[in-house]
Structures are given as C-alpha cells and as structure tokens.
Design a protein around this ligand. Structure first.
Ligand code: 2AM
Length: 182
C-alpha cells in the first residue's frame, strides 16, 4: 500500500516566505519549507496497482494553468481544539475547476467521493495545546501576509512516508496544466 495525495506546490521563494511566518506559538510544529503545499485531494493508502490507475487518470486531466494568491493566515479549530495554522489561498474558479477535475478522476478510479468541502489552505503548523492568546497574536501579526499572483503550471501526485518525525513527501509525478495559445 502507498499513501498518496494530490497537491499544488510553490516556488522556493514563496515557500521560504511562508516558512518565515513561523514562530512565536508554543506547542506548534512548523512545516518545513520543502514540505509546504496546497492539498487538492488527500487519497490515503491505496494498493500499488490502483496507484498506477490513479496516475493514469490524473495524467488525462486537461485544465488551464492559473494564478494563485495567498492572503493572510488563519486557524482550524478554536480554543483547546485549535489544530492547524494555515495560510489562506484565495478562491478562484480556475482552482475549483482543477480540484473538481481531480475529484472526478479519482472517483472514476473507484475512490470514495470526498465528503468534506474543499477549503484551500497551506498548513503552516500543527498545534498541540497552544495558548489561545499566542494563536490570536500570530494571526493578527501575520494578517497582512500576501503572496502572488503565483503561476501554477502543473499539479503533483505525492507519496507520503510516515515515520517517527514529520511525514516525508515524495513527488511521484507532475502533470502539466494547459498553457493556452502562444
Ligand atoms: P492538512 O495539511 O490540512 O493536514 C498530506 O497529509 C496532505 O493531505 C496534508 O496537506 C493534509 O492536509 C492532507 N490531508 C487531508 N485529509 C487528510 C487526512 N485524512 N489525513 C492526512 N492528511 C490529510
């Protein structure tokens, strides 16, 4: 079995800026710059032959290249249940279009449909018992963070290797987005 997810990745300069937002929140485990990404669809554990089928289905997706803009930061969960600090990804029709193409390709491969609403974000940190006031301060102080527009010219199938420490993400395949005429 291999553990997979589909994501958009970002240029080095953007990842460095995102990683630079980290700090100042006790109980936060910050994502390493190299691991920062925007998940389009978490797949989970699949057998190798289904992974090959998934790769094939993803490679048949045709969707236009588009720009992504990052705007501010936020938190999933509140109070004692605050779980994740993230950078906000502005919604766009092009992003939703790609996400729904990925979703339908995966459902055609026999995966169960994703029940949760797509909420585009980049996980900056996972939290454990982080003090509420420090989370609030983080969000206030980083509220003006903005990056982009950032051109997305491909999306990526990742394998996630779980171990003792942070998961290691391995890019298995990049699928080009259509660049249009010219
Ligand atoms: P997250 O960053 O919001 O936790 C690899 O684990 C990627 O898949 C992460 O970006 C993670 O999103 C996303 N993901 C979505 N659902 C997941 C799940 N049930 N288990 C693990 N990762 C999940």
């Amino acid at each position: 079995m291999i553990r997979l997810f589909v994501a958009l990745d970002f240029p080095e300069d953007v990842r460095q800026r995102l990683a630079g937002l980290g700090g100042g929140v006790p109980g936060a485990r910050w994502t390493e710059a190299e691991n920062l990404h925007l998940t389009l669809r978490f797949i989970g554990e699949v057998p190798e032959d289904q992974a090959a089928e998934i790769d094939d289905a993803l490679s048949q997706i045709s969707a236009p290249a588009f720009d992504v803009t990052l705007d501010g930061v936020g938190v999933f969960g509140s109070g004692r249940n605050a779980r994740v600090l993230w950078a906000r990804v502005e919604r766009s029709d092009a992003l939703s279009h790609l996400q729904s193409k990925v979703e339908s390709a995966l459902v055609r491969c026999g995966l169960p449909a994703e029940e949760r609403k797509f909420s585009p974000h980049i996980t900056l940190a996972r939290l454990k018992d982080a003090p509420k006031d420090r989370i609030g301060r983080f969000i206030e102080e980083r509220g003006l963070f903005r990056a982009g527009p950032i051109r997305m010219e491909h999306f990526t199938l990742y394998r996630s290797h779980l171990g003792k420490g942070a998961a290691v993400y391995e890019a298995l395949r990049e699928y080009p987005l259509d660049m249009g005429p010219g």
